[in-house]
Design a protein around this ligand. Structure first.
Ligand SMILES: Nc1ncnc2c1ncn2[C@@H]1O[C@H](COP(=O)(O)OP(=O)(O)OP(=O)(O)O)[C@@H](O)[C@H]1O
Ligand SMILES: [Mg+2]
Length: 305
């Protein structure tokens, strides 16, 4: 499966640039995690690539079909759960999934069977015949995911499918996504960086509509200057050193990002001072913080353009 963008841009209201000349080429089966701060352009990217929104300039392709000129053909190949999507309150979960599947061409029987399977896999079997308005917020999100997951679509867009899910429910969805990714490309936006790292075969970081980086977690880690993290458990740990980045987590814990040689060079000092510590490779959240942590949240930056 392939999704490709060529200098894709979107400007809202003639001034707000939400996507800025994004060029990517993802040609694989698996999970493509898209991360970035609020307003980074993730949903705009999903909406354009899933034919819901027209780009201002540039091109997008789904399996080499143009998302503007061949939108009808693209729609055959994709399924989408938008960020704010909720099930119709007066339908039951089973009706929600099976009506979607029938709309995609399945027979009534097939749609019911597949629908039941998907609901069971997401732990909603006890609720399949209740009205969806009686579901909790998280159960509604799961139902939306079950809907597209049960379809045959090759490319699936899930815009923050796990927001609001409890930890165990998130893990159920992770397992389901991992099982279904073999012959599909799943585009997953999320604010849970642990999830983006665990699931993402490729990870894209967006900021202000621009590509910050894209690659496997190892690719991303190899590109940052400070790929190691020292986690020190000590009261008010202080260190003056230009070659490391210090991130206090709490009064009792401090993260120090640095190169391998720098971090390992600090160990004798920590041992001598009887401080507790661990050394780890940078996680995606550490990498994200290195890339974006110092930038202020400059929502109004572009106002005077
Ligand atoms: N319909 C719209 N009209 C005008 N501006 C918009 C519209 N939709 C989004 N924007 C702006 O475009 C930028 C990107 O928005 P987008 O929804 O793509 O971000 P996001 O990365 O999905 O954020 P979040 O993590 O909060 O969902 C934001 O600054 C937002 O204010
Ligand atoms: Mg969004």
């Amino acid at each position: 499966m392939r999704i490709r963008a060529e200098e894709l841009s979107k400007t809202y209201d003639r001034k707000h640039r939400a996507l800025d000349s994004l060029s990517i080429d993802i040609n694989m089966n698996g999970i493509f995690s898209v991360i970035g701060r609020n307003g980074a352009g993730k949903t705009t990217f999903v909406r354009i690539m899933s034919t819901e929104l027209l780009p201002t300039s540039g091109r997008g392709y789904i399996n080499e079909m143009d998302v503007v000129d061949q939108a009808d053909a693209v729609r055959q190949d994709i399924a989408v759960v938008p960020q704010e999507a909720r099930p119709l309150p007066w339908l039951t979960p089973l009706q929600t999934v099976s009506s979607y599947l029938m709309w995609r061409g399945y027979s009534y029987r097939e749609a019911n069977e597949k629908g039941k399977d998907a609901l069971r896999e997401l732990g909603l079997e006890g609720k399949e015949n209740e009205k969806s308005r009686k579901l909790s917020g998280g159960q509604k999100r799961k139902l939306m995911a079950a809907t597209v997951i049960s379809s045959e679509a090759h490319i699936v867009f899930l815009d923050e499918p796990t927001t609001g899910l409890d930890y165990l429910s998130r893990k159920e969805l992770w397992q389901l996504l991992s099982r279904m990714k073999k012959d599909r490309l799943i585009i997953l936006t999320t604010h849970y960086l642990e999830e983006a790292e665990i699931l993402g075969d490729q990870i894209m970081i967006l900021d202000h509509g621009k590509l910050v980086d894209l690659g496997t977690i190892d690719n991303l880690r190899n590109k940052v200057k400070l790929p190691y993290v020292l986690k020190v458990n000590a009261e008010n740990f202080k260190l003056e050193d230009d070659e490391v980045q210090i991130h206090p987590v709490s009064e009792k814990e401090t993260f120090v990002y640095g190169s391998a040689s720098k971090i390992y060079g600090l160990i004798p000092y920590l041992v001598t001072n009887k401080m507790k510590f661990t050394v780890e490779e940078a996680s995606l959240s550490n990498i994200f913080e290195q890339y974006l942590g110092s930038g202020e949240d400059d929502e109004n930056e572009e106002e005077d353009r």
